[in-house]
Structure formats: C-alpha cells, structure tokens
Design a protein around this ligand. Sequence first.
Ligand SMILES: [Zn+2]
Length: 158
Amino acid sequence: MKKSSTTRKRKTRSERSRITDQCATLLQRLVRLKAADHQGFCKCVTCGVKKHFTEMHGAHYIERTKSATKLVEENIHPSCQYCNMIGDKYHRSVKRAYEKYMIDTYGEEFVEHLNAESKKVKKIGIVELREMLADLKEKVKEQEKQIESLRPTKENEY
Ligand SMILES: [Zn+2]
C-alpha cells in the first residue's frame, strides 16, 4: 500500500529548521572542543574562567535567532554559562568584552562584515544543510578523540 504524500511540503519545512538547529548545536559543541585542552578544559572568551567544555556554552556573538549568521563558525565561541545566559542579556561589559575578543581575533573589518551578513535573509538549501550536518558530525567525532577523559554524551547534552 502506498503512503500518502500530502504532508510532504510541511515535512520539508520542518526538516529544514530541525537540521539547522542540529547543525547549530553541533557547531556550538565543535568550537568548545576545538578550544579545549586534552583534559577537556577551555576558557570563556569574555571573562576568562576555565571550565570543562561540557559545562560551557557555545555562545553566538550575533544572536542565534539571526538565521544568516547562525551557522557561521567564527560567530560562535566558548563562553561560561553566566556570561552567555545572564551577562549577555543584562551586562554591557560582557557584550563589550565579546566584541573586543571578536575584533582582536578576526579584525574590525570581519566583525563589520558579520554584522552586515546577519541582517540579510539567507536560506541554505536542504541538500546543503544535510551535507553540513554530516560534515559537522564527522568533525565533532574527530575533535572528541583529542580529549582523553571524554565520557559518552547524549545528543541533548550539547
Ligand atoms: Zn564567562
């Protein structure tokens, strides 16, 4: 018996947002893994505190809600939970520290470019998104091998 395909269009749309979120989550894990030492510790880019990467966040410089820069690796860096959750919203000093980190790391021109990009409407195709997801999974797996004491983690812990 054939299955009905009436829900296909709706499925495609939700698949896009689901994969986009999965990619963002993997990227947020990847940047922490890349920044981590062999014990799995990395530094918060805004306050400098050093913690295990599983206790850190992958913080977007330009907020995650801006779709055009949501999946740009250079827009995401390790941040402690305080700076990411509270600091970013309520304390200008955290925002300024992140901006300084961005300019010191990538240069003023790149930060301006990123800001301009974030205002654009950009849609990544579903095929490209699927490829990106597979690629990110592979990269995360590779980086995880660099960390000695890595426990197996569940997907929802990202
Ligand atoms: Zn911090």
